[in-house]
Ligand binder design. Structure first.
Ligand SMILES: [Zn+2]
Length: 147
């Protein structure tokens, strides 16, 4: 009679041969979810626009391979917004957060193209200034016309 060996439990626990993915630059296990925010009013809390996956040791922002608008493969910084139901996240600018009055038209509709443009500006600043987690409206607005 053969002994029944269960496929789970303590006797089957072995360390995974695959190391947890470390930072692409320094190799340390330092990736953390850090927020990128927009502060409209110095007296009020900043609004979280999106989150970034960044190494806390060297400041490297993780990158992922995706597709550009023309279908070619391209690397993007790991900026994302978790879904409110807690299942997964989106990397699309239109799913990131901005206070609605920043992109609402006079007749009360959401100008999504404007929202995406503003978010892209925050993303650009966040990539250029990896050590900063907060940007002011003046910075976003003043650099918009240079795009
Ligand atoms: Zn690092």
């Amino acid at each position: 009679m053969s002994k029944f060996v269960r496929p789970f439990g303590k006797e089957n626990q072995t360390a995974s041969p695959v190391r947890a993915a470390g930072c692409a630059k320094c190799g340390k296990n330092g990736y953390a979810a850090l927020r990128v925010a927009l502060r409209l009013d110095p007296a009020k809390p900043a609004e979280t626009v999106f989150w970034k996956k960044q190494c806390v040791f060297c400041g490297t922002i993780a990158r992922y391979r995706g597709r550009a608008a023309d279908g070619t493969e391209k690397e993007f910084p790991a900026f994302y917004m978790p879904y409110s139901n807690g299942r997964g996240f989106s990397v699309k600018s239109r799913d990131f957060y901005l206070p609605a009055d920043l992109y609402t038209t006079e007749d009360g509709k959401a100008d999504v193209a404007k929202k995406v443009r503003l978010v892209a500006q925050v993303a650009r600043l966040a990539e250029q200034n990896p050590k900063r987690s907060e940007f002011s409206w003046a910075e976003i607005n003043s650099s918009l016309d240079k795009v």
